[in-house]
Design a protein around this ligand. Structure first.
Ligand SMILES: C[S@@+](CC[C@H](N)C(=O)[O-])C[C@H]1O[C@@H](n2cnc3c(N)ncnc32)[C@H](O)[C@@H]1O
Length: 282
């Protein structure tokens, strides 16, 4: 299955936005290897160790941010599956996320949608099957809608994805999702405008001297999210700003947690948003 070079692990050969799946894997797997871990994920560790890539050279020392993000999504998906065990999960831009190994032990259908080069990398480590099909497609290509059963609730996630799209693409995708699926929950994370501007500036957002993150054109401040989504969608939805959980390991996280609870400063932090059609939230 895996294309292995002698003693060197498996090459995945990713660039541009697909390469960022190695950044999130680095952060999640390194967290999962700690004795005081907040995320248990042996599959992520296995994949991380198998890939031939100098993670620290590109991304620097690992940070728990993506493990924390995954925990929030894991919890929401698990709760959805408790209420709708035969519901559908769609994971847009799933990359090398191993969420289904952590969460789903039900009969749910779990669709992975990612770009062809990303699916090719994923399939070196994770095989699709009838219950976990992979779609080599852009999330913006509405073809994947056709594979989602319309008579069951659906939970659609985009983790580390929408910021890489222009705002109008995000708007029309969200509008099309809620026009197509009656019983739907969509959960995604956002970055604030200052951070988006940093990534689109001439110098860009350099994680290290060897890696500049791809541009993230869609940024939105937290105080504008509910009004923006209400304008984009009809009223028959519930919007929750779920946020990141408080976390105080290390000074950076102590500051972030403090910032996230202060008026005004809170508005310029990243967050996690859950939008539910009222058919599902009632
Ligand atoms: C930051 S990574 C996040 C991966 C995964 N969700 C995670 O949290 O580990 C961004 C992902 O978005 C995918 N991606 C980029 N553009 C995409 C598109 N137009 N449609 C679907 N996926 C896309 C990339 O291939 C990559 O897997």
């Amino acid at each position: 299955m895996a294309e292995t070079m002698a003693n060197q692990g498996t090459a995945v050969g990713l660039k541009d936005v697909p390469e960022t799946m190695l950044w999130t894997l680095h952060n999640r797997a390194t967290e999962a290897m700690r004795s005081d871990r907040i995320l248990t994920d042996p599959k992520a560790v296995e994949i991380y160790q198998e890939i031939n890539y100098d993670y620290e050279r590109s991304f620097g020392k690992a940070d728990p941010v993506h493990a924390l993000r995954s925990l929030v999504f894991d919890q929401a998906i698990a709760q959805f599956l408790k209420q709708a065990p035969d519901g559908t999960i769609v994971n847009l831009g799933e990359g090398l996320e191993t969420q289904r190994f952590r969460v789903s032990d039900s009969s749910a259908l779990w669709l992975t949608v990612d770009l062809p080069e990303a699916i090719q990398a994923r399939e070196k480590f994770i095989e699709p099957d009838a219950r976990h099909p992979h779609f080599s497609l852009s999330a913006l290509d509405r073809q994947w809608f056709e594979s989602v059963p319309k008579d069951k609730p659906v939970f659609i996630t985009a983790q580390g994805l929408f910021m890489y799209f222009p705002k109008n693409e995000v708007r029309t995708l969200i509008q099309d999702i809620f026009q197509t699926f009656d019983s739907c929950c969509l959960m995604f994370d956002t970055i604030p405008r200052w951070f988006s501007k940093k990534t689109t500036s001439d110098e860009g957002y350099a994680l290290t001297g060897h890696y500049v993150a791809p541009k993230m054109p869609w940024g939105i401040n937290r105080n504008q999210i509910k009004s923006t989504l209400s304008r984009w969608l009809n009223n028959d939805i519930t919007i929750e700003d779920v946020g990141y959980p408080s976390f105080t390991r290390g000074i950076g996280w102590k500051v972030f947690t403090a910032f996230s609870s202060l008026p005004i400063l809170k508005d310029i932090t990243p967050t996690i948003i859950k939008v539910s059609s009222n058919k599902i939230s009632n």
